[in-house]
Design a protein around this ligand. Structure first.
Ligand code: ATP
Ligand code: MG
Length: 140
């Protein structure tokens, strides 16, 4: 199973800007199958736990506030080479550096409010998928 799933969130900025539909369409058009999905909102505590690896970074407080500022869409995606291909599809963290046509180039506002999350390794994809979903909610 490792290697064919990734985990994503459509972040509060993109939800507020009504980009859910456009982003999901681009994800499907790129060949990803949605195998789990929920529209939900992270508490401060849950957002802090999710981004715990960044606890020592100067932007951690801002990141936790932002990620708990409104609803998100969490999803598990399936495709061969999912993690790497999805990172390519979303583009660089800072939308100013994101390649043309990528989700962040099209829909992100700033380095902090950058429209989507993408897991950065197979191990983290599994960890993040089980953070948000029970095994019975993943249909692969
Ligand atoms: P993500 O993990 O959300 O997919 P990423 O892997 O591209 O993003 P990370 O380095 O993991 O980038 O940073 C996590 C998130 O923290 C970024 O997506 C962004 O929202 C926020 N962030 C990163 N760097 C900065 C920064 N310099 N200033 C403000 N926010 C930042
Ligand atoms: Mg990351």
């Amino acid at each position: 199973m490792a290697g064919n799933i990734t985990f994503t969130m459509i972040k509060p900025d993109a939800v507020r800007n009504e980009y859910i539909g456009a982003i999901l369409a681009q994800i499907n058009e790129a060949g990803f199958k949605i195998v789990a999905m929920k529209y939900t909102k992270l508490s401060q505590e849950k957002a802090g736990e999710f981004y715990e690896v960044h606890k020592e970074r100067p932007f951690y407080g801002e990141l936790v506030d932002f990620m708990s500022s409104g609803p998100i869409v969490a999803a598990v995606l399936e495709k061969e080479n999912a993690v790497e291909d999805f990172r390519t599809l979303i583009g660089a963290t800072n939308p100013a550096d994101a390649a043309e046509g990528t989700i962040r180039a099209k829909y992100a506002t700033s380095i902090g409010e950058n429209a989507v999350h993408g897991a950065d390794s197979d191990e983290n994809a599994l960890r993040e998928a089980s953070f948000h979903f029970a095994q019975t909610e993943i249909f692969k």
